[in-house]
Design a protein around this ligand. Sequence first.
Ligand code: GLA
Length: 392
Amino acid sequence: FFNIISLIKYLLLKKMKIFYPIILSIICFISPLDNGVGLTPPMGWNSWNKFGCSINEKLIMSTIDTIVSSGLAKAGYTYVNIDDCWQKTRDSNGKIQPNPDFFPNGMKVLADYAHEKGLKFGLYSDAGYSTCCNLPGSLGYEEIDAKTYEEWGIDYLKYDNCNTDGTAPEVRYPVMRDALLKINRTIYYSMCEWGINSPAKWGKEVANSWRNTGDIEDNWKSMLTIIDANNYWADYAGPGGWNDPDMLEVGNGGMTYEEYKVHFGLWCLSKAPLLIGCDITNMSDETLEILTNEEVIAINQDSLGVQGKKLESVDGKEVWGGPLSNNAFVVMLLNRGDSTAEIEANFEKIGLKSGEYIVRDLWERKDLGVFTESFKEKVKSHSGVLVKLSPK
Ligand code: GLA
């Protein structure tokens, strides 16, 4: 069966390029990656948004300590992921070597440290000759790198798309997938080709998540542009394979408290990977409060795994939402405009079954009453009201 699928894929990729988006979608449906991880969106921390290349062993160890001591681990954040710039070179056998100036004890020590604390540990590489910061990539070294990840105890791989040989991502990304499937360790595979070749269409067969856009910036405009682009692909996400609108900026200082709540709420209802991107060893109480609201996180981790969508949009007044398990529904009334506005979610229009719903404000953590036809509120500029509707 798998040989037949491989043959079809080969013919499509090499000989019938024009048809492959359609047929790859069908193949994704019949043969998803199915590696047993990512059944709900992954939660954790990644070094890039705050630290870029200024990373070292001490930072990673204190981040691991803080994830546990701050309550983030208890809230569900388990992956500690190092992004670009941990690598330096390859040895004479082709084995990748961490930068000894910043990681003198190597990666296994860090992975072991994370595991001792009940966490998981992730690394970054690139489906090209070198990474976006011009350090060794994995193209041509997929099997040897996968074996190294097994030896070190890696649990998550973010795989970037810089400095490639020009072949399509659909051809390069499965090579690392196959290498990871051959080792004796399950690794969450995060594809980062920035949405170039519509990865939502073929990602489920290859990876546990796929970026749909370029890099997020720590401001309101960038955050909304990215989630709008990600929204386009909502129907392709589900347990085991998620759309990835990039990592969180909550706590990095470029948005207000209310804007960060919108950012986190949209990522949660969009079933996005929740990878914290701030310095958690030095975060404010407000940042921690946003990141650990268990009722908002529960929207992201809901077992139904349906990505919420933009349901209505008029002059910056928007209704976002989607179904949850137990016939519940999440709704965000989002005001993108410059002044306070009343925003209404009409139950019939947003696709809810008729009936009585208990509406609960997730940020305020309080029930607002029972509603039958619609729910509306005055929403301040650049903020959102996030509610869960449960059948009475
Ligand atoms: C790309 C990715 C980012 C980050 C950097 C590292 O830009 O999209 O998320 O990993 O590379 O160089």
